[in-house]
Ligand binder design. Structure first.
Ligand code: NAP
Length: 270
């Protein structure tokens, strides 16, 4: 079913998943499109960002952010257009960055909404390179990774919005940048479109050996987003004084117990 101007499709959290989410984790609720009161506007979702952090919001484990309650619409950053405005400062047709969540329409009093103007050239970029993932990449790489021209930077999840931004900033700063991604198509994109020096497929059977070959001078900055076997391969290649901005550990977001394997603290202290 396509978006209509009468029905608000809402994906709400039906149950908390144990491990990976299943078909029963979310339920589709169809409701009437709400009407704005004075001091409100009705936002129509044009783009919804699907981000790794959302898995964490499905759980009620302690976190830096509260979980989504059962029966509530899933959270999510959105680029939306103002459909009806009864709020000063916003007109019908304006584009905004908002947090409508996984639904077609949302009411807003303007809190937390950023105007994108009447006719933004690339409205969806506000959810990517010029939005939260882009800022995360810039801050993590330049403030924590502190790359220096000529150093070797390895970036995991290299074709997602965070990794793609990290890799491109690394090239601008004069680093040798090696991306890690899943599959040939993503690796081609990392090299041919993003301009990275090399990209390695973490699913290939010789991934660890390929990383050794690709980093003859070791690794100076590793931008971590995944953990697991990718980190196992990277760890022995880190140079003394290497920086590892830990942005995420997506390989563990569905985990129900601690990962198997040795305690790596000793290696990390070395
Ligand atoms: N701290 C913050 O403020 C903040 C903000 C935004 C994002 N993050 C974190 O940054 C990371 C990237 O975010 P993003 O939005 O750009 O995500 P993303 O790259 O679009 O998606 C995550 C990617 O991780 C890779 N992946 C998944 N499971 C994996 C596994 N087991 N082993 C290796 N790779 C795996 C997949 O790429 P491949 O198909 O290429 O393997 C997947 O597409 C995430 O860890 C996220 O939680 C943190």
């Amino acid at each position: 079913m396509k978006q209509t101007n009468t029905t608000n499709r809402r994906l709400v959290l039906a149950e908390r998943p144990e491990g990976a989410p299943t078909e029963s984790t979310l339920t589709l609720n169809n409701e009437d499109v709400p009407s704005p009161q004075a001091g409100e506007m009705l936002l129509r979702t044009e783009f919804l960002s699907l981000d790794p952090y959302m898995r964490g919001r499905m759980s009620d484990a302690p976190s830096y952010a509260p979980p989504v309650n059962i029966g509530e619409v899933m959270v999510g950053g959105t680029v939306a257009q103002v459909d009806i405005s009864k709020l000063d400062g916003f007109k019908t047709g304006d584009w905004v960055l908002s947090a409508n969540g996984w639904q077609d329409y949302a009411l807003s009093n303007g809190d937390g909404v950023t105007s994108l103007g009447r006719d933004p050239e690339h409205p969806s970029w506000a959810l990517g390179v010029t939005g939260m993932p882009g800022f995360t990449a810039w801050a993590g790489l330049t403030k924590i990774g502190k790359p220096i021209a000529g150093e070797t930077l390895v970036v995991a999840a290299a074709t997602g919005p965070v990794g793609a931004t990290v890799g491109q900033i690394g090239k601008i700063l004069g680093c040798k940048v090696i991306g890690i991604a899943g599959g040939d198509e993503k690796c081609d994109y990392a090299v041919k479109t993003l301009g990275l020096d090399l990209c390695l497929d973490h699913r290939s059977s010789d991934f660890s050996e390929a990383l050794v070959d690709a980093t003859p001078e070791g690794i100076d900055v590793y931008f971590e987003s995944v953990g697991g076997k990718v980190f196992d391969a990277v760890l022995p290649r880190l140079n003394t004084g290497a920086r590892v901005p830990v942005c995420g550990l997506v390989s563990q977001y569905n985990a129900t117990s601690l990962p198997e394997g040795p305690d790596r603290m000793g290696d990390l202290m070395g």
